[in-house]
Design a protein around this ligand. Structure first.
Ligand SMILES: C[S@@+](CC[C@H](N)C(=O)[O-])C[C@H]1O[C@@H](n2cnc3c(N)ncnc32)[C@H](O)[C@@H]1O
Length: 273
């Protein structure tokens, strides 16, 4: 039988509550929000992450769908002028239109949906995130050569890395798998043209992963330029497109953009996250 956290609302069954102050502190320390910065704790539960966040001087939005937890958070942080509790669903709550961070131990069941919202839209204002996610998900999305286009698109604009493994016994009830502290940081702006280029190249590469890189690149730039551009990105022309790293596709997009390559517009569906 799994252990339930003490004093948790009965309707919380099935979620895993962080029991380690050290893990929550490590998330907040890594995010290092400045005074007045906007930080979202998504799936705030009883406030294990909200509390150390509130101590930083940041403005904190604690979003929680469970009404019992939302009430409890409102009581706990009601007197705190920089903390606002929002009783809402993290899959649909409007995201800020100004730069924001997310620091949260998120519900595993909706992790991918949340990452899609945070990292997918070209205009996302997310500046960075420190998240507790399932270990397997963290490993999957931090591969240098992601398995799918969506993750590659995220990695083209955000640095994704695993900071630490978080053992299952740091939660109550303990999940069946370990978790990870995932660090997300917005990469330096490469310009709107290169962003379009990165998407176009990744889309083509993931559609035809066995095609040589020179053929994928050659669909966008003059054939006489492909070998030189690929050499600049450290890739051999015959390498299968599916074996290039996101860093190499980014380098190609930037170099080709500097030389005036006209890229197709980004698909509108990306705006929906
Ligand atoms: C993994 S627990 C973490 C709670 C808290 N952050 C902690 O570290 O102890 C996830 C929390 O997210 C809430 N939650 C689950 N699905 C949600 C959703 N779609 N929108 C908002 N909150 C959600 C649950 O009620 C629960 O409180």
């Amino acid at each position: 039988m799994t252990r339930r956290g003490r004093g948790l609302p009965a309707s919380a069954a099935g979620t895993h509550f962080l029991q380690s102050r050290a893990v929550a502190a490590a998330l907040v320390r890594s995010a290092a929000p400045g005074s007045g910065d906007l930080v979202l704790d998504l799936g705030a539960g009883a406030g294990a992450v909200t509390a150390p966040l509130a101590d930083t001087g940041a403005r904190v939005l604690a979003v929680e769908r469970n009404p019992a937890f939302a009430r409890r958070l409102a009581r706990r942080f009601g007197a705190h002028e920089r903390v606002r509790v929002v009783h809402d669903d993290l899959r649909t709550v409007p995201l800020p239109r100004r730069p924001f961070q997310v620091v949260a131990s998120i519900p595993f069941a909706v992790s991918t949906a949340l990452l899609r919202r945070l990292l997918g839209p070209p205009g996302t204002r997310l500046s960075g995130a420190d998240l507790i996610v399932e270990w397997g998900l963290a490993r999957r999305i931090t591969r240098p050569v992601p398995r799918d286009l969506e993750t590659a698109w995220w990695a083209a604009r955000f640095e994704l890395c695993v900071r630490a493994r978080v053992p299952a016994d740091r939660f109550a009830p303990a999940p069946s798998v370990d978790a990870a502290h995932l660090v997300v940081r917005r990469r330096a702006d490469m310009g709107a043209g290169a962003v379009r280029g990165a998407y176009a190249l990744l889309e083509a590469a993931y559609a035809t992963p066995a095609a040589p890189a020179r053929a994928v690149l050659g669909a966008f730039v003059a054939r006489r330029d492909t070998h030189r551009l690929l050499a600049g990105a450290g890739a051999a022309p015959a390498t299968p497109a599916g074996e290039l790293t996101v860093a190499q596709w980014r380098a190609l997009a930037r170099a080709a953009s500097r030389e005036g390559t006209p890229w197709p517009a980004l698909p509108r569906r990306l705006d929906r996250g």
